[in-house]
Design a protein around this ligand. Structure first.
Ligand SMILES: [Zn+2]
Ligand SMILES: [Zn+2]
Length: 228
């Protein structure tokens, strides 16, 4: 599999959308919040035919990652994959309010409520996963693994054991920490971080902010949870 991989990151309003492509295939991670035209333009500029995307994987169903999904779905005609636990939220068009025990998280939630309810146009997903999903059919060594903690339906997408697309399981907005602002289950999050660390990927690509190195994840793990 020495097919060269290109990773294209797009800031789609409040969250990142990624295209991961090789010579023959292209997969998409998350649908973004806003900026549909920007996504279309950047895809075109990178020779990505949106009608031929091989798969769209949702890292979880918070509205800042799926708000554009309904519109995108009219353009891309691809298989939409989500964790089992997120199916009902996608079909309903709303996700539960995330939990935060810190002041900043509570403040951000309040602000987003003032900005309107976190609803989105519902979408019926094509593929649901419950455990690990592995395939080589797109010319990548692709694994999708459940990484719950931020939410119950969080998954990470691992390409060639080297690049991990982690949604909000790792959060890179603030310089002092990559621990997510919203964590539904801290024990699960610790196990998910441990699993991501054990994979020893070169880079971890979050749903918010810039890519994170293995060393950064390791040092933050030890600071937050103690030595492994
Ligand atoms: Zn989230
Ligand atoms: Zn998010």
């Amino acid at each position: 599999m020495n097919n060269e991989i290109k990773i294209i990151k797009i800031n789609a309003g409040r969250s990142n959308v990624y295209f991961i492509k090789n010579k023959s295939s292209c997969i998409m991670v998350d649908a973004g919040f806003s900026g549909l035209n920007k996504i279309i333009n950047i895809a075109n500029a990178n020779d990505i035919n949106l009608k031929k995307i091989d798969m769209l994987i949702l890292t979880h169903t918070h509205y800042d990652h799926v708000n554009l999904l309904h519109e995108l779905n009219k353009i891309i005609y691809t298989e939409i994959l989500v964790h089992n636990a997120g199916e009902r939220f996608l079909k309903f068009g709303q996700t539960p309010v995330p939990y935060s025990r810190n002041i900043l998280g509570k403040f951000l939630l309040l602000m987003s409520r003032i900005g309107g309810p976190s609803k989105f146009d519902p979408v019926v997903p094509d593929t649901l996963i419950d455990g690990d999903y592995n395939t080589a059919k797109f010319g990548f060594d692709l694994s999708i693994i459940p990484t719950p903690g931020h939410t119950e339906d969080s998954v990470s997408v691992i390409i060639d054991k080297k690049f991990a697309f982690v949604g909000d399981t790792i959060f890179n907005i603030f310089p002092m920490t990559i621990y997510p602002i919203f964590v539904d289950n801290r024990e699960q999050l610790q196990l998910s971080w441990k699993r991501l660390l054990d994979l020893q990927c070169e880079y971890y690509f979050p749903g918010h902010g810039k890519k994170i190195s293995f060393d950064r994840l390791k040092s933050d793990y030890e600071r937050v949870f103690g030595k492994k």
